[in-house]
Design a protein around this ligand. Sequence first.
Ligand SMILES: *[C@@H]1O[C@H](CO)[C@@H](O)[C@H](O)[C@H]1NC(C)=O
Ligand SMILES: *[C@@H]1O[C@H](CO)[C@@H](O)[C@H](O)[C@H]1NC(C)=O
Ligand SMILES: *[C@@H]1O[C@H](CO)[C@@H](O)[C@H](O)[C@H]1NC(C)=O
Ligand SMILES: *[C@@H]1O[C@H](CO)[C@@H](O)[C@H](O)[C@H]1NC(C)=O
Ligand SMILES: *[C@@H]1O[C@H](CO)[C@@H](O)[C@H](O)[C@H]1NC(C)=O
Ligand SMILES: *[C@@H]1O[C@H](CO)[C@@H](O)[C@H](O)[C@H]1NC(C)=O
Ligand SMILES: *[C@@H]1O[C@H](CO)[C@@H](O)[C@H](O)[C@H]1NC(C)=O
Length: 522
Amino acid sequence: MVILGFLCAALLGKQVAVSVSIPLVAPSTAVAVSPSLFSFSIEQDRWTDWAGSTSRNQFFFNTLDNLARLTGAPPHVRIGANSEDHTRFNAAIQATQLVFPAITTTVPYPEATNITVGDAFSQATQFLPPNTHVTWGLNLGQNNLTTAFLEAKSIVKAFSSSAMKNAGISLDAIEIGNEADLYRNNGARPSTYNITQYVRDWTTFATNVSSAAGISSTSSTKFWGCAFAGSSHSTSGFSPQSAFNQGLLKSTAGSFISTISQHHYSGSFCSGNGGLLQDLMTKSTIRGNLTAFKPDITATRALGLDYVFGETNSFSCHGAPGVSNAAGAALWGLDYALSGTQIGISRMFFHQGIGYKYNHIQPATLTRSILDGSNLPSPLPPHVQSTYYGAIIAAEAIGSSGSTRAVELSIDNIRIAGYAFYEGTKLVRAVFINSDAFLQGSATRATVHLDFNFSGSGTAPTTIGVKRLAIGHADDQSGLTWGGQTYETSDGRPSGSLVVQTGSVSAGVNITATEVVLLNFT
Ligand SMILES: *[C@@H]1O[C@H](CO)[C@@H](O)[C@H](O)[C@H]1NC(C)=O
Ligand SMILES: *[C@@H]1O[C@H](CO)[C@@H](O)[C@H](O)[C@H]1NC(C)=O
Ligand SMILES: *[C@@H]1O[C@H](CO)[C@@H](O)[C@H](O)[C@H]1NC(C)=O
Ligand SMILES: *[C@@H]1O[C@H](CO)[C@@H](O)[C@H](O)[C@H]1NC(C)=O
Ligand SMILES: *[C@@H]1O[C@H](CO)[C@@H](O)[C@H](O)[C@H]1NC(C)=O
Ligand SMILES: *[C@@H]1O[C@H](CO)[C@@H](O)[C@H](O)[C@H]1NC(C)=O
Ligand SMILES: *[C@@H]1O[C@H](CO)[C@@H](O)[C@H](O)[C@H]1NC(C)=O
């Protein structure tokens, strides 16, 4: 019997059956999911290469607009990160002036060390899709209040222009300083710099900026607080709860903080391999990376503030080559963002920079390899990378109801994650992710068979629409299709005929290693 069982399993490609129970009516544990759950953080130095400097970068616009068409709302955009603490303002200049350090094989596209901008820099925000919500980061690192003041004035001027107003593009928030917990390591402050001093510096800057930018208890623009690289997850050291203890919210300017932002990467790897890719995709490591933030989120939410990951991605070092830009990383990003909703993270701002390995979107023509900086045989036009499909699938699962809720399904399998989506109380869709990394050179591709049963009152569906993310291998770097369509096109718009299978619920669904399926119940 045992031998027969093994033979059968081998013939069927090692098929394992997993039974999944799906509530027909939204359980009380289902959480509201923002249409802009998948949002983007853009490295500030080359902002005009993203948006366009004198006219719209249509490729970037299209990639954001694809998401807006699915959810009814474009992704939020944060313009900041490391380079925000190196930006200075000069009213006399039109084009941005950038000074770059030397290129290396591990960092082929470094951040500029000196960035001097004029009014045209923030005005370029007008090229974003209509109704985009924006957060701008100001320079705290260089400890020059005049710089922050002049930047704030220029940003507010841009957002009050008719172009921006007509497009409904709004300044949600200003962030003052990026990863101030690292200032003691990177020379921006003495090595003794602590949370007390951060709260004091932040309050000085925010008091000035709130006046310069018209931020008040009644303005729609607010502050983001913290934006730390790491967290002690306790009331000492650098963490949101520690900043609250030191009185971050107590000043008048502090009372204008609407949102606490924290940054997170799953690790720092400047080289990659299949094992690292499997680690990244693994259900338990994804949850481990997120649940560490529960104390921070609880402390923030208890004060009625919103909570986001204002900068996040797979691995720092701008990504691990062959891992962060691999097809399997699309499954990581999808599971990571959806899992984040379950513990109270409103939005994930996936960090992007021109030529970074972990980008979802490469909005500019590249002439050097993102993997090792070598010269490319021919220029590489703007394109999306594999992880972009994760953003598309999340957007499709959330849909355009504006009030979708989601719950993670309890699935007794280390490789299968699943989420059910509800509009009102009604079950509408479900997503399943098989994070078993099927790597190039592997012999057999395992399949898991999912059987469904429904709990709760109501009529259980009998047929389902099934849409699949087709991936050759987890370590492929292109060639994915979502429901038969590719987004790897010259204009970033999907192309190809849509393929949605119709299945019967009673037959269940097969999901292969390194695959995503979206079930539609309506
Ligand atoms: C429904 O699925 C659950 C697993 O989530 C399983 O424990 C249970 O036995 C299933 N019920 C039926 C009737 O198949
Ligand atoms: C870069 O900025 C620093 C001050 O932060 C300045 O001392 C230096 O001269 C600048 N370098 C260039 C090339 O502009
Ligand atoms: C803010 O700082 C600028 C530059 O130092 C200064 O000119 C301005 O008066 C300050 N505003 C307030 C309200 O302190
Ligand atoms: C601060 O920034 C202003 C405006 O860019 C500049 O004029 C001034 O020299 C800076 N101060 C210091 C101490 O670098
Ligand atoms: C931070 O350093 C200052 C100056 O040394 C000190 O007064 C303060 O108590 C320190 N804060 C914390 C939380 O240790
Ligand atoms: C976070 O993810 C990385 C990469 O997969 C993993 O190595 C690490 O152990 C995870 N951290 C936690 C706390 O689970
Ligand atoms: C799942 O795969 C098995 C083995 O290949 C096959 O017999 C079965 O029909 C498949 N089920 C569905 C719903 O596709």
